[in-house]
Ligand binder design. Structure first.
Ligand code: NAD
Length: 337
């Protein structure tokens, strides 16, 4: 199968490309990525020279580029997105343009070229927030609370429409929070690991009792591969690790693993519209497609911490760039008075 992987220079897409190249010798992968602040070509450099790999630097909203690529591929696995909730609060427009309009460009091309498979990588955030008990199923009504989640929910509706109206064999996966190697250091787990390594404060939103259901990125990628191969067109599959932890608990685990003091924890002002709890019921994926997560959280987190310790050359420049961008933004605000 010739698979067009959008957003493959990002966290999950690059892990998916690595999995396909390592374990599916009859498949080929073309990564289409605009290399926004979140994309990093260095992640893909080790694939150079692999006969099944190609990289195209481009935007999913570029309809003629996407059309030309769709003409020479059999399937699209769509990861490309603006994915950071905080950024969707400060600049929502780009989330609509990339996440909604970009998805429509891909759907049109997949339909025009008669693709046999299309997988939309979505998120559990489309379901909104949970109380202290229960879990999201595929029947849970969509109730997105952030501009990011709303843009992903809108994209999911487009995918549904392309299946219902045009018969596109499209599936949607909705996953909980991922962790693992090659995660951009502005996200919670890599931010906290890299800050702790620098003896810098770990900024915990509000009371820190927000609960997330953590899934190792490799388990997520294996789920996507199962859906690509055997998912039923038109269906949604939830993907989750049954690994609920509060942000504060994760912070403690990271500090202890790195031998750093609890005094590094800083409670900071909460994010507006912050969802209290997410938990995923992945029973449909387990029952229908035989998927099971392989990682337990303790092993996965320990391996992830070890990966960040061993790969400072990957995340160091990204961290420097993020710090520089924050400094520049703060200077712009102070010069406005
Ligand atoms: P990421 O931010 O690490 O990567 C996104 C990639 O998309 C980057 O390489 C970026 O350059 C690229 N991109 C952005 N706009 C583009 C455009 N217009 N054209 C082409 N490429 C573009 O994201 P991620 O964490 O790897 O998430 C991948 C997908 O999984 C997203 O759709 C996200 O909504 C979803 N998801 C992520 C998580 C998580 O925990 N990270 C959980 C559930 C779902």
């Amino acid at each position: 199968m010739r698979i067009l992987v959008t957003g493959g220079a990002g966290f999950i897409g690059s892990n998916f490309a690595r999995l396909v190249l390592a374990e599916r010798p009859t498949d080929a992968v073309t990564v289409l990525d605009a290399l926004t602040y979140a994309g990093n070509y260095e992640t893909l450099r080790p694939f150079e020279g692999h006969p099944g790999f190609r990289f195209v630097h481009g935007d999913i909203r570029d309809a003629s580029l996407v059309d030309a690529l769709a003409a020479t591929h059999d399937a699209i696995v769509h990861f490309a997105a603006e994915s950071h909730v905080d950024r969707s609060i400060s600049d929502p427009g780009v989330f609509v343009r990339t996440n909604v309009e970009g998805t429509v460009v891909l759907l049109e091309a997949a339909h025009r070229h008669g693709h046999a498979r299309y997988v939309q990588v979505s998120t559990d955030e489309v379901y909104g927030s949970l109380g202290p008990t229960g879990a999201f199923t595929e029947q849970t009504p969509l109730a997105p609370n952030s501009p990011y989640a709303a843009s992903k929910a809108a994209a999911d509706m487009m995918v549904r429409a392309w299946h219902e109206t045009f018969g596109l064999p499209a599936m949607i996966t909705r996953c909980s929070n991922n962790y693992g190697p090659f995660h951009f250091p502005e996200k919670l787990i890599p931010l906290f690991i890299t800050n702790a390594m620098h003896d810098e404060p770990l900024p915990v939103y509000g009371d820190g009792l927000y609960v997330r259901d953590w899934l190792h990125v490799e388990d997520h990628c294996r789920a996507i591969a199962r859906v690509l191969d055997a998912g039923r067109p038109g269906e949604v599959y939830n993907v989750g690790g049954r690994n609920e932890h509060t942000n504060l608990a994760i912070t403690g685990l990271i500090l202890r693993a790195l031998g750093k003091p609890e005094t590094l924890v800083r409670h900071v002002q909460d994010r507006p519209g912050h969802d209290r709890r997410y938990a995923i019921d992945a029973a449909k994926l387990e029952r229908e497609l035989g998927w099971q997560p392989r990682y337990d959280f303790e092993t996965g987190l320990a391996e992830t911490i070890a990966w960040y310790q061993a790969n400072t050359s990957w995340w160091g420049p990204l961290r420097e760039r993020a710090i520089e961008a924050k400094r520049a933004a703060a200077n712009r605000v102070s010069s406005r008075g």
